[in-house]
Design a protein around this ligand. Structure first.
Ligand SMILES: *Cc1c(COP(=O)(O)O)cnc(C)c1O
Length: 390
């Protein structure tokens, strides 16, 4: 039983007995690095997504980097992405030698706006990198149409979107590549970890080679009892492989992906009902014929209507022991991008406004009903009182 005043950590993962035992088994086996459990996790994840192949890596950042390279991006090529994302999305484009170009988001869905994407296409555009923000499916029909029309690759950032579906298709299987994260705050976790799906098998093969120094395939098998095998370096790769220690966690987390999703969807509904009368922005209804992954529940706190500023709201929630998050300040707010690409917040008004007003509330399946009630009470305490006193 949690104490009433215990701090509710934002995005705390739910770790259960089977993964603890599997990690112990890995430790006892002595094979900690990339091996049979990574192969198993790749198979299980492919089966979950209904595809043939997947490549497990040590992060979604690595997955994005290698997907962009496998997409054939060359120095100076432009990749259109969203300002409403984690910095890793844009950084992966830069690391691959590309130039990130932003298209503003739709103010209701917070996802990249296909009309804005069209406006940003130039002779150098090679790919579109949408993010299924908070777990809400992007307008994939429109994005696929633009990609087909202009011969662009489509790389889905599915860091929030393990369970997301769009018109009967699973997120990460709609574009050319899908990249997933198992970071500690994501819907299922391996500590650090990521996965890539690709439409073409040869892309997955290339990603596996690039993910392990550029060594020829199955290099991890070279120390096995099948006898020593030479490897050959066929590309200049990276050290991005997942370890069996991480896959041991992922195998069991993946088995609970649906019950975890159901619990988050319950909490989401509770929040929607509990905040309906408050002077804040709530998430837009889930689009017909899509499945939301319910990764983040966000409120928009506008000082003029709410009676307090977003940052003040963050402070008050923290003061009463509720961990909150900001996903995200628009990329255009950060000095690196301002200095390197001359991005200005005012050029992306929707992302800028959302980034300055948004607050993410705890949405972990670990939350007990009492915890959810505490979050609701704290949010209402910040907002109802204010309105009454103004
Ligand atoms: C978390 C996240 C990433 C990076 O994932 P890592 O596994 O931590 O590298 C990329 N994009 C988005 C949208 C994310 O939320």
């Amino acid at each position: 039983m949690k104490k009433r005043n215990e701090f509710l950590v934002f995005g705390a993962p739910t770790i259960e007995r089977p993964e603890i035992d599997e990690v112990s088994a890995v430790m006892e086996s002595g094979w900690l690095g990339t091996g049979p459990r990574v192969a198993r996790f790749e198979q299980d994840f492919s089966a979950y997504k209904g595809v043939e192949h997947a490549a497990a890596l040590n992060s979604c950042s690595a997955a994005l980097h290698l997907a962009i390279l496998a997409a054939g991006i060359e120095p100076g090529d432009e990749v259109i992405t969203t300002p409403m994302t984690f910095c890793a999305t844009a950084n992966a484009i830069v690391h691959a030698g590309g130039v990130p170009v932003l298209a503003d988001v739709d103010p209701a869905t917070m996802n990249i706006d296909p009309a804005q994407v069209r406006r940003k296409i130039t002779a150098r555009t090679r790919a579109i990198l949408p993010v299924h923000f908070a777990g809400r499916a992007c307008d994939m029909d429109a994005l696929c149409a633009i990609a087909a029309e202009h011969g662009l690759k489509l790389i889905e950032d599915c860091a929030h979107a393990i369970e997301t579906e769009y018109r009967g298709k699973k997120a990460g299987t709609i574009g050319d590549f899908g990249c997933f994260s198992f970071y500690v705050t994501k819907n299922i976790v391996t500590g650090e970890g990521g996965m890539v799906l690709a439409r073409h098998e040869e892309d997955i093969a290339r990603i596996k080679v690039l993910g392990l120094h550029g060594m020829s395939k199955d290099a991890w098998k070279r120390f096995s009892d099948a006898g020593y095998k030479h490897y050959h370096v066929v590309d200049c790769g990276f050290k991005y492989n997942m370890m069996d220690l991480q896959a041991a966690i992922g195998i069991h987390q993946l088995k609970r992906v649906e019950p975890y999703w159901r619990r988050r969807s319950e909490i989401w509904q509770r929040y929607m009902e509990a905040f309906a009368d408050l002077p804040v922005g709530l998430p837009a209804p889930v689009e017909a014929n899509t499945r939301h992954a319910y990764h983040l529940f966000t409120l928009l706190v506008d000082r003029d209507s709410a009676g307090l500023a977003r940052d003040e709201f963050l402070d008050r929630m923290t003061a009463v022991g509720i961990g909150v998050g900001v996903h995200y300040l628009s990329l255009t707010e950060h000095p690196y991008y301002q200095q390197t690409f001359a991005w200005r917040p005012e050029d992306y008004p929707n992302a800028t406004r959302i980034g300055r007003q948004t607050v993410s509330l705890p949405l972990s399946p670990k939350l007990a009903d009492d915890d959810v009630a505490r979050v609701i009470e704290a949010v209402r305490g910040c907002l109802v009182k204010r309105r009454g006193s103004s």
